[in-house]
Write a new protein. Structure first.
Ligand SMILES: [Zn+2]
Length: 430
């Protein structure tokens, strides 16, 4: 009999707690009984309790407080809520084709795809995506980005719509945004508009070979201005040259980096520049859903042929990156239409195919990503004082990484959003 079936309290309690309104109440403490806890920073705890009060982790261990509501997670593995540093929550399909709403960086697509879709339909697809992403165990995502994301971010933050905590760049900047002075102005404008960070496109897509597009001067202007305003910068950069230029310009994170060399990884490690490899979900998802993208923008046969080859290229680059022990690797999937709610696949490819230690992959998706967002004092580990973003899965990912597909308990900010019997199938994402 699997361990979870020996914990009948897991099934019974949620109903009782919901009936009593306890799940949403912040006045009574909540106790999570945990058999195995991976704290997100490399520590393993056994047979302990996590006490949650006012949406935060109050303490770990000791005696359960009187009158607390209890969730028995003893047969599961408990970790901090996961962070996806690169998930395009608005991207979705409408009538079996890619919609243009919420797509940031592909101007030819705007007005071409998803023509007969209403704004409310588009928004509700994004809500679907937010919900399946949260239910999959991701309590924080960073979406880079489109103007539509702001209202969704704010509604989730108000507690109206279930979804991961969201950070957005709003509209990204590209080589077409203007000369350096104009870029500085646009960075200031994004901050005023409420962007959490700045997204830059410094190279072409992998479908087009990934050559540098923004000049070194563009990058210095944009990343320099952002830094002076306290904003982080995420840079789409495939070629080694573009990643090097972004690193030297003081940008925060390199996204994708398919063709980054050992020399540039060394430079990134030296500068503390984060690397976000996206090897496990985005290309696989494009190939699985080819007919829904084909013929739109640069999603042509040549582009798909490039993506097919790209899977091996990004995997090799990731293996190369792992050898640079000081390089900080964050966990982003680049989830687009069709991929939401499967953000955990990145874990599996990293560990199974890339050779990353499961504990390192978990730290990447929790404490390292939290640090890259500047949120290490709020999320990314199971420690007193942090927000109670906690997930539990059926199985132990240190022994079987596919356990990450079986998240059955999701708490964000002390509120339980999911508590399912293991094996229950979720609806797929749009
Ligand atoms: Zn992206």
């Amino acid at each position: 009999m699997p361990a979870y079936l020996r914990s009948p309290i897991l099934y019974v309690l949620p109903t009782l707690l919901l009936a009593a309104g306890l799940v949403n109440a912040q006045d009574r403490p909540i106790v999570l009984k945990a058999g195995t806890v991976l704290d997100g920073k490399g520590q393993i705890l056994h047979n302990t309790i996590i006490v949650v009060e006012d949406g935060k982790i109050a303490r770990i261990g000791g005696v359960a407080p009187q009158g607390a509501g209890t969730y028995d997670l003893a047969g599961l593995t408990v970790t901090p809520g996961w962070i996806d540093t690169h998930a395009h929550v608005f991207w979705h399909f409408h009538d079996g084709r890619l919609s243009s709403v919420g797509i940031e960086h592909l101007p030819p697509i705007r007005g071409v795809a998803g023509k007969d879709e209403s704004p409310s339909q588009a928004l509700l697809y994004a809500v679907d995506n937010a919900i399946v992403t949260l239910n999959a165990g991701f309590t924080t995502i960073q979406s880079p980005g489109s103007p539509e994301e702001k209202d969704l971010r704010d509604a989730i933050a108000r507690g109206i719509i279930p979804g991961p905590r969201m950070l957005t760049s709003l509209e990204p900047l590209t080589e077409q945004s203007g000369p350096p002075e104009k870029l500085r102005e646009l960075v200031r404008e994004r901050k005023q508009q409420g962007a959490d960070f700045i997204k830059l496109f410094a190279s072409k897509s992998i479908r087009e070979g990934g050559a540098q597009t923004m000049t070194d001067e563009h990058l210095r202007a944009a990343c320099g201005e952002a830094k002076s305003l306290g904003l982080r910068t995420l840079v789409h950069a495939h070629s080694a040259e573009s990643a090097k230029a972004a690193t030297l310009a003081g940008c925060t994170t390199i996204e994708h980096g398919a063709y980054v060399t050992d020399e540039v990884f060394d430079l990134m490690a030296k500068h503390g520049t984060y690397y976000d490899p996206n090897i496990g979900l985005v290309l696989q998802n494009y190939l699985e859903n080819k007919e829904k993208f084909l013929g739109i923008g640069n999603y042509n046969e040549q582009g798909f042929a490039f993506m097919e080859k790209g899977k091996a290229i990004v995997l090799d680059t990731f293996k190369k990156a792992l050898k640079h022990k000081d390089l900080k690797i964050v966990y982003g999937t680049d989830a687009v239409a069709g991929a939401h709610g499967r953000n955990y696949e990145e874990f599996i490819v990293r560990v199974r195919d890339g050779g990353q230690e499961p504990m390192a992959a978990l730290a990447s998706a929790t404490s390292v990503s939290a640090e890259s967002l500047g949120l290490q004092d709020k999320i990314g580990s199971i420690a007193p004082g942090l927000d109670a973003d906690i997930v539990a899965m059926d199985g132990n990912p240190l022994q079987d990484v596919t356990a990450v597909r079986r998240v059955v308990f999701v708490m964000k900010g002390g509120k339980v959003f999911e508590n399912l019997a293991p094996g229950t199938r979720r609806k797929g994402a749009q």
